[in-house]
Design a protein around this ligand. Structure first.
Ligand SMILES: Cc1cc2nc3c(=O)[nH]c(=O)nc-3n(C[C@H](O)[C@H](O)[C@H](O)COP(=O)(O)O)c2cc1C
Length: 169
């Protein structure tokens, strides 16, 4: 797919078939994630790749908006041990968001569906998810990305609107 096609075709998909996501596709998703930019190239990210049925089932209780049945979930989380000092440490959110968008775009290009379910900055959701995945104390989950073969269609669309554009010339 051309880049523009990928961008416009990326839509949140919340219904999936039972077909597994291949190991090659998982690898491509992770490579896409880690080719994203990060502040000072700190790469403050960690990726939990979840295919275990019991854990996928428990993910549904982490957030009221994460009740999605999918064969695969990737939890993107920040590693504060790699973060910049003091106030700049919060850049991990942007590092992990860039990685997340890369995963969504790669999934689209592979013909997979995906949806980003927000966890951080909701402290209760982040705590529940960190406990479920037995994360060490220096990691904070940003989101759950559900991924699979789509069982629903969402039309490609542009949301381009001049009203959001402020030109400084
Ligand atoms: C930070 C963030 C958090 C989101 N959280 C959820 C969520 O918890 N559950 C969900 O179903 N979708 C979630 N979404 C997906 C948005 O609802 C979706 O991107 C938006 O409605 C636009 O639709 P589109 O992705 O099809 O373009 C989230 C998206 C972002 C960027």
């Amino acid at each position: 797919m051309e880049l523009k096609e990928v961008l416009l075709n990326r839509r949140s998909i919340r219904k999936f078939t039972e077909e597994k996501v291949s190991e090659e596709a998982v690898q491509a998703l992770l490579e896409a994630a880690m080719s994203g930019p990060s502040a000072c190239n700190c790469r403050t990210w960690e990726f939990y790749v979840i295919e275990k049925g019991e854990i996928l089932a428990e993910l549904k209780d982490v957030s009221p908006f994460s009740k999605i049945e999918a064969p695969l979930a990737i939890v993107v989380c920040g590693n504060l041990s790699h973060a910049l000092p003091l106030k700049l440490s919060e850049f991990w959110v942007q590092d992990c968001s860039a990685a997340t968008e890369n995963i969504l775009l790669q999934a689209t290009d592979l013909g997979l569906g995906a949806v980003w379910c927000g966890i951080y900055p909701d402290k209760a959701r982040a705590k529940k998810l960190a406990k479920l995945l037995e994360m060490p104390g220096n990691q904070i989950p940003l989101n759950i990305i559900y991924i699979g073969h789509p069982a629903q269609e969402q039309p490609a669309r542009t949301q381009y609107d001049e009203k959001y554009v402020h030109r400084v010339r």
